[in-house]
Design a protein around this ligand. Structure first.
Ligand SMILES: [Zn+2]
Length: 341
């Protein structure tokens, strides 16, 4: 890749909805009041990493313009190429063979970071460390980080990103200045999302199903379960009417994977519960509203809520390495037991 191509792929600017937040941090920087440890919190899919990338570039840039990295200097190019000597970006490891991601940030990774923080800057400016998602620091790793947070080197900034800041160890949290990144308004989110989706109604639907988080909405469009929602609803109805068996249905859904299936069912159940309680106008799966409203009349809200609770429990089990296929089988059996008559 040429330098121009490398630079073109790096996000030197924050998203439009992060502009005000950006200015606030920039003011701290200009006034030399930037804290050494910043915990940037905010929901999944609102652009925390993009913001961090742009801000790191702004910190390291040798000639920022209007409070934004120039994208031209040596520092900006090294950063875009991923070879800046004064920046360390830490996240969970991915196993190259299996493609599986680790469920935590390990102590060895933090030790590398501690070592890095003790060195002086090679390019004469800031040294920046980013850790994301910070709530995945295991206890040992968090402990290893504490000392660095207490005695940071000169011109050193540590950015911790997290969608679950309360899951961080309190001792760690108390040593950081916490700031919440903004969720865009619907208009801001649509202005960004609709041109990429090419359909404003679909963009609204995706946003509604993603709690207004634009990046989450964009990846939802590609999610396999999103295109299979209608088939899943119809299977639930068939099962409740005992027109097919739980086992045969479960086998058909194995290929989707337990994680996606549980996510899909939770999302649909939220709507079924709402519709069964008589509040059909706030159904989020707008395109499927007639089916959802029709179905909801057949079920007791209490039974739907119990099934929903079971889904949430299974999601937790899945995080703990329980076998996915068995969870899918149990999920459909559970639905039959709660709804068929
Ligand atoms: Zn620059």
């Amino acid at each position: 890749m040429s330098e121009t191509e490398i630079r073109a792929t790096y996000p030197y600017h924050p998203y439009a909805w992060q502009q005000l937040f950006w200015q606030q941090l920039d003011e701290l920087l200009v006034q030399q009041r930037l804290p050494h440890a910043l915990l940037l919190s905010g929901a999944e899919g609102i652009g925390k990493e993009r913001f961090a990338k742009a801000f790191v570039a702004r910190l390291l840039c040798q000639s920022p313009r209007d409070g934004v990295a120039c994208g031209q200097c040596k520092s900006c190019i090294l950063l875009a190429a991923g070879t800046h000597p004064d920046c360390m970006w830490l996240t969970f490891l991915t196993d190259e063979k299996t493609g599986k991601t680790a469920k935590s940030i390990k102590v060895d990774q933090v030790r590398e970071l501690v070592e890095f923080s003790a060195k002086s800057a090679q390019m004469g400016g800031w040294r920046v460390m980013v850790m994301t998602p910070a709530h995945l620091l295991n206890t040992q790793a968090a402990n290893a980080l504490l000392k660095t947070l207490e005695e940071p080197g000169r011109d050193t900034v540590l950015l911790l990103l997290s969608s679950q800041p309360l899951s961080l160890m309190p001792t760690l949290r108390s040593r950081c200045q916490q700031r919440a990144l903004p969720v865009p308004t619907e208009a801001e989110a649509l202005a960004w999302l609709a041109p990429q989706v090419g359909d404003e109604n679909k963009a609204r639907l995706l946003l509604a199903l993603s709690r207004g988080a634009p990046l989450a909405a964009l990846s939802l469009r590609e999610a396999e379960w999103f295109s299979q929602r209608e088939g899943l609803l119809r299977d639930l109805m068939q099962l409740a009417q005992q027109r097919q068996t739980a086992l045969a249905t479960a086998q058909r859904w194995h290929s989707l994977g337990a994680d996606s299936l549980l996510t899909a069912l939770l999302s649909l159940l939220d709507d079924l519960v709402v519709a069964a309680s008589g509040a059909a106008t706030v159904v989020k799966h707008r395109d499927l509203a007639p089916i959802i409203e029709g179905m909801s009349a057949h079920f007791q809200p209490a039974a739907l809520l119990r099934f929903r609770q079971g889904l949430a429990d299974r999601q937790r089990l899945l995080a703990g390495n329980v076998q996915g296929g068995a969870l899918i089988d149990a999920t459909f059996s559970d639905w039959v037991a709660l709804t068929s008559r």
